[in-house]
Design a binder for this molecule. Structure first.
Ligand code: HPA
Length: 236
C-alpha cells in the first residue's frame, strides 16, 4: 500500500488508462473491460483491473491538476510497476480549426506549473509523449477511421483567471489546446523510464461558444477510450 492507493502488490496491470474523474474510471471498467475488479478506493479515487481483448489493463482516476496526477502517477509507477500510462481527458480548444468533440493527442506539453522546473534544476524540461505510443496511436486512429490532431498542448494550473497574455501566446505558438496534467505525467514517466501519452477530447473552446449534449460527450469519450485501449495494447 501507498499513502494514496490501497491496492495489493500485483493488483495493477502494466497498462493503465488514466482519466481525471474516478467515476469515468468506473465507467471505463464497467463498459470496456471484462472481469474488472476494484483494486483501490482511497479518497474515492477508484482504480480497477480487468482485461481488454485478452490483455490485462487497469484504469484509475488521477484527479484534477498537476499535484494530483503527480501523486498517483508516481505511486502507480514506483510501487505498482505500471509501465504504460495513457491519460484520457478533456481539453479547452485553442486552435481555430478545432471543434468540440475533436480528439487531440498531446505530442508535447508546455506548462505554467513549476514542478517540472523543480525536477530539472530550474530549466525548461522538454515534456513530450512517448514516441512509440504516439506512433501507435496514429496508426490505431487511422485503422479505426478516427480523425485525431497531433500537436502541442499547454498544462495550465489555473482553470479560472489565467494571465490575459496566455491565450495570444498559445495562438502565436500554434498550441492546440489547454488542459491541466499532461506536462507532469510526461516528466514523471521520463524520470522513471516508462511510457506515457495524453489523448483528449475538446470539451469547450476558448475562442468559440459552442455547446455539446451529454449524449455527444459520451460518444466522443467512448471513441477516445477505444483509441486509447487499442494504442495501449499494440506491441511496439
Ligand atoms: N482549461 C483547462 N483545462 C481544461 C479546459 C480549459 O478550458 N477545458 C477542459 N479542460
Amino acid at each position: 500500500m501507498t499513502p494514496h492507493i490501497n491496492a495489493k502488490p500485483g493488483d495493477f496491470a502494466e497498462l493503465l488508462l488514466f482519466p481525471g474523474d474516478p467515476l469515468r474510471a468506473k465507467y471505463i471498467a464497467d463498459t470496456f473491460l471484462e472481469d474488472a475488479v476494484e483494486v483501490t478506493n482511497v479518497r474515492n479515487m477508484l482504480g480497477f483491473t480487468g482485461t481488454w481483448n485478452g490483455h490485462r489493463v487497469s484504469v484509475m482516476g488521477h484527479g484534477m491538476g498537476v499535484p494530483s496526477i503527480s501523486i498517483y502517477a508516481e505511486e502507480l509507477i514506483r510501487d505498482y510497476g505500471v509501465k504504460t500510462l495513457i491519460r484520457v481527458g478533456s481539453c479547452g480548444g485553442v486552435a481555430e480549426d478545432l471543434s468540440l468533440r475533436d480528439v487531440v493527442v498531446a505530442t508535447g506539453a508546455g506548462t505554467a506549473s513549476l514542478t517540472n522546473r523543480t525536477r530539472f534544476a530550474g530549466y525548461d524540461y522538454p515534456a513530450v509523449a512517448d514516441f512509440d505510443l504516439a506512433m501507435a496511436c496514429q496508426q490505431q486512429a487511422q485503422r479505426l477511421g478516427m480523425a485525431a490532431r497531433f500537436g502541442t498542448v499547454f498544462t495550465n494550473d489555473l482553470f479560472y483567471g489565467s494571465d490575459p497574455a496566455l491565450l495570444p501566446a498559445l495562438q502565436k505558438m500554434k498550441v492546440l489546446a489547454v488542459e491541466m496534467e499532461a506536462s507532469a505525467l510526461y516528466a514523471i514517466a521520463a524520470e522513471h523510464g516508462v511510457r506515457a501519452l495524453t489523448i483528449l477530447t475538446v470539451s469547450d473552446h476558448l475562442l468559440k461558444s459552442e455547446e455539446t449534449t451529454a449524449e455527444e460527450r459520451q460518444k466522443s469519450f467512448g471513441d477516445m477510450v477505444e483509441l486509447a485501449l487499442a494504442t495501449a495494447v499494440q506491441p511496439v
